[in-house]
Design a binder for this molecule. Structure first.
Ligand code: 5GP
Length: 185
């Protein structure tokens, strides 16, 4: 049998699968209550938010639709370059829709700030942000997160959609990557 190398690259589990799923159920209930009587259009930020959006959507009891946007971020590096550009734009118009941006993690805030400005320029009825993780210590641009899963320390994390060099997204938990894997400290 082949051993599972992914787990061995994890220094510590920060959030277990159970903790993540319990919190997402709470967020789903809160969002469903807040948008009662309305329709919600979820915009997932590829690729890290895919698992979060899929799980969150299953806890929404209001009518909802989804679309995806892809923004250039860290690539092979773990430090923010500050360079933000669209790799894949939305497929559908958001004019007059209640939009909820679904993000995996907010770090410097540069990505979310860029997406918020882009979305707001397209005349939605409203825009809010739902992020699974927040690393407030590294914020450069202030951004309002209306629905937040967890505040975490300033460590590089992987799992549950979050990658390093496209790996580890399939871990069901959020873990701290061993610094020697990415040459960090
Ligand atoms: P920001 O623009 O806020 O600095 O960065 C947001 C993006 O950076 C996230 O969507 C994510 O792709 C990436 N990122 C920030 N911190 C981490 C982290 O700890 N782990 C991983 N895998 N990606 C991160």
């Amino acid at each position: 049998m082949v051993s599972n190398d992914l787990h061995r690259d994890i220094e510590a589990v920060l959030l277990t699968e159970e903790q993540i799923q319990r919190r997402i159920a709470e967020l789903g209930a809160q969002i469903s209550a807040d948008y009662a009587g309305k329709e919600l259009h979820l915009i997932g930020v590829l690729r890290g938010a895919v698992m979060f959006l899929a799980d969150l959507m299953r806890h929404l009891t209001i009518p909802c639709s989804c679309d995806f946007i892809a923004i250039a971020s860290y690539g092979m590096d773990t430090k923010s370059s500050g360079v933000v550009r669209i790799l894949k734009d939305l497929d559908d118009s958001i004019q007059g829709k209640h939009v909820l941006i679904v993000e995996d993690i907010v770090d410097t805030g540069l990505t979310l700030n860029y997406i918020l400005n882009l979305i707001r320029s397209r005349n939605p009825a409203s825009v809010r942000v739902c992020a699974l993780l927040d690393k407030p210590e590294r914020r450069i641009v202030p951004v309002e997160i209306h629905y937040l899963g967890f505040t975490i320390p300033n460590r590089f994390v992987v799992g549950y959609g979050l990658d390093y060099a496209q790996k580890y997204r399939n871990l069901p938990y959020i873990g701290i990557l061993r610094p020697e894997i990415y040459g960090g400290v």
